[in-house]
Design a protein around this ligand. Structure first.
Ligand code: PLP
Length: 404
């Protein structure tokens, strides 16, 4: 039997008990735990190098600037961005998408259209609704199939010459569906000149992402979903696409020259990074990128896939469980309901047995509305989960069913 590859020992938070039971952490789509390598790098930065970036001539400032810019280069390499000035540091996916939505607004007119899908996280839905409200554009929403996939015919039918932006997730946080980005991008490119925005929050840890090969305009993700710290994120943009955005925050760092009357703005990416940045966050993200390249990611991904298969098989065999979504291509996530019980009660009973899952609308109310449900129980796996986690989860589910 093949031995499981294990990186579990690198994550101190996993070695604890909850309610007297060893923790089984299956809420990875919400946030991942952090390896020691990331925590150490951040602590080392604060202990030795802490200073503000880009401003002072002293040694610590030079070290802090170097630490932040080297993190930017690592992210550029991870995405095959081609240049590190195309990597804008943000607070996370949400801020990255808002940065695009408010920066692009001045280019939109009444009659223009924005296309999103019913599967989007609120972070890739509400900013577009607001952008449309302010600009007079209209939001079209692509239907989702009962399996939890984008309805391709509907997608194609809703691409108009007036469609100026198409925004969709690489991987759905609620159902785990992997969207065929290449295929969707070529459909878009054949029909209109829309900017293509990909929400990569759930993909970045699990899939190789080559932003140039994907032929997209923007790619957004959060560090905390790929073993890095919270409060840190990335917006990649094609140079000409980034250049066309207006900054939405003004102040220090983002200016070139300021007079009593007017200001001019800095070059990319600093134009979009007003104020003192999250330097320790960038250091942590850089360490997370290094950590990812030091582990056998392909083997761990295969293992994760196997675990999801086991969880799905076990849930399918249980009476009273309804799986939500059966996408052909999926990763990390299993969403389900227990007939006659609230998702919240299931989550609470699992927590009492040491199992951490997410319950509720999964920040995807339009999707829940399309599926005719109010929420789900979501177990989401990561590279450090193992067969013991699945076994414990399945045992806990059997026990939970006896209580309900
Ligand atoms: N998009 C997707 C697909 C997500 O899963 C999430 C977080 O759950 C977000 C966007 C928002 O990410 P953040 O809260 O880190 O900005």
């Amino acid at each position: 039997m093949m031995r499981e590859a294990s990186i579990r020992g690198d994550f101190p938070a996993l070695a604890q008990s909850v309610h007297g039971k060893p923790l089984v952490y299956l809420d990875n789509a919400a946030t991942t735990q952090k390896p020691l390598a990331v925590l150490d790098a951040m602590q080392r930065y604060y202990l030795q190098d802490n200073a503000n970036v880009h401003r002072a001539a002293h040694t610590l400032a030079a070290r802090a600037t170097e630490a932040m810019e080297s993190a930017r280069s690592k992210v550029a390499a991870l995405l095959n961005a081609g240049a590190s000035d195309l990597i804008v540091f943000t607070r996370g996916t949400t801020e990255s998408i808002n940065l695009i939505a408010s920066g692009i607004e001045h280019q939109l007119r009444s009659g223009d259209r924005i296309l999103v899908t019913a599967l989007e996280h609120h972070s890739n839905f509400v900013p577009w609704q607001q952008c449309a409200l302010r600009s007079g554009a209209k939001v079209d929403v692509v239907r989702v199939t009962p399996e939890g996939e984008i309805d391709h015919d509907d997608f194609a039918a809703k691409l108009f010459p007036e469609t100026r932006i198409v925004a969709f997730a690489h991987v759905s946080n609620a159902l785990g569906t992997i969207h065929p980005v290449n295929e969707l991008v070529s459909t878009i490119r054949s029909r209109c000149g829309a900017r293509i925005v990909i929400d990569g929050a759930q993909a970045i840890l699990h899939l190789p992402v080559d932003v140039r090969a994907l032929d997209i305009d923007f790619y957004a993700f959060s560090s905390h979903k790929m073993f890095g710290p919270t409060g840190m994120g990335v917006l990649y943009g094609r140079r000409e696409a980034l250049d066309s955005l207006r900054p939405s925050q003004y102040g220090g760092e983002m200016i070139e020259h300021v007079t009593m009357e007017a200001s001019t703005f800095n070059v990319l990416p600093f134009r979009f990074e007003a104020g003192t940045p999250n330097i320790a966050g960038a250091v942590g993200l850089g360490a997370a990128v290094d950590y990812l390249s030091s582990i056998p990611r392909d083997a761990l991904l295969l293992q994760e896939e196997k675990l999801i298969g086991q969880a799905i098989a076990a849930l399918t065999a249980m009476n009273g469980i309804r799986l939500v979504g059966r996408p052909k291509e999926r990763l990390s996530v299993v969403s389900f309901l227990v007939e006659g019980a609230s998702a919240h009660d299931v989550g609470t009973l699992l927590d009492q047995q040491g199992i951490a899952v997410r319950t509720g609308h999964q920040c995807t109310m339009p999707l829940m509305q399309s599926l005719g449900i109010s929420g789900t129980v979501r177990a989401s796996f990561s590279l450090y989960n193992d067969t013991t986690d699945v076994e414990r989860f399945v045992q806990a589910m059997h026990k939970t069913l006896t209580f309900l």
